[in-house]
Design a protein around this ligand. Structure first.
Ligand code: BEZ
Ligand code: FE
Length: 280
């Protein structure tokens, strides 16, 4: 029997796990032990050279240096590795019929302008007009009056206002609406288009090395909330986007693909959000 106090290739993970003391924070230990087990298994499977290991360290160092309040490269890595969607999904398991959640992404801002139903959130005059309407309901189909719908999307060139300060008007294509007494909401916007996630950093380099594209399929973001209900962070997707099955961040769920219809010179989409009760 090998003494697991000393490092061996065979028992490397056990040696590290055995190193924590009796006062270890149990949750931190549970998470770090699992990471150690899986990371050691990955290293044993791939047997990196010292050069490759150093490249990995440099990759993470660069990721840290790129990260600011406005550019969170670690979140982009988490997104493009499918971890953000996995954590989102684990934390928002819901019942059939309730609106599924998806990634928040980096382009939400708090304090977007509040608008009355029917307002137009497109301030740059670009793109094909789109009329969005629908309702917010509970799982039994009862309307939820006074629900808040926080909405944001990229413009017709594929950029969010916060990516083009001084080019797009502030708060272009974002706004907060409230459902009426019948749980209904409506607003005017523009037909969304696909766009690339920021890909000039380490996450983008990883995508290139994996022969993956940085594109997200066309979508509109929503956070829908109401007192007594669990809020949902979600999107609706256009049905015809070539990137639907190749989303760089794996954010598409089939239940969120909407029926956008062209009628005369404009588009229309109707969407009904279903929120779970807080205690469900
Ligand atoms: C977005 O949909 O806005 C987004 C999500 C994840 C990464 C980058 C952008
Ligand atoms: Fe987006």
């Amino acid at each position: 029997m090998e003494d697991k106090a000393y490092f061996t290739e065979r028992h490397s993970e056990d040696v590290v796990i055995a190193g924590s003391g009796p006062k270890a924070n149990p949750r931190v230990k549970q998470i770090v032990d699992a990471l150690v087990r899986h990371l050691h298994a990955a290293v044993k499977e791939t047997e990196p050279t010292l050069d490759e290991w150093m490249q990995g360290i440099e990759f993470l160092t660069k990721t840290g240096h790129l990260s600011t309040e406005w550019r969170q490269e670690f979140i982009l890595l988490s997104d493009t590795l499918g971890i953000s969607m996995l954590v989102e999904t684990i934390n928002n398991r819901n019942n059939a019929g309730e609106t599924e959640s998806t990634v928040l992404g980096p382009f939400h801002v708090s304090n977007a302008p509040r608008y009355p139903n029917g307002a137009n959130i497109c301030l740059d005059g670009k793109g094909e007009p789109l009329f969005v309407s629908g309702s917010v309901r509970d799982a039994r189909g009862n309307p939820i009056a006074g629900a808040t719908l926080d909405v944001w999307q990229a413009n017709a060139d594929g950029f969010y206002d916060v990516q083009q300060k001084g080019i797009q008007p502030d708060n272009n294509l974002r706004g907060v609406f409230t459902s009426d007494a019948e749980g209904k909401f409506r607003f005017q916007s523009v037909y969304p288009r696909h766009y690339p996630i920021p890909n000039d950093g380490t996450a983008g380099n990883m995508l290139k090395a994996l022969d993956r594209e940085p594109n997200r399929p066309a979508h509109i973001h929503f956070i829908v909330s109401a007192p007594g209900f669990r809020p949902v962070t979600t999107h609706i997707f256009t049905p015809d986007c070539p990137w639907l099955k190749k989303d760089a961040v794996f954010g598409v769920r089939e239940s969120l693909i909407a029926d956008f219809r062209k009628s005369g010179g404009h588009w229309e989409v109707e969407w009904n959000f279903v929120l779970p009760r807080n205690d469900s």
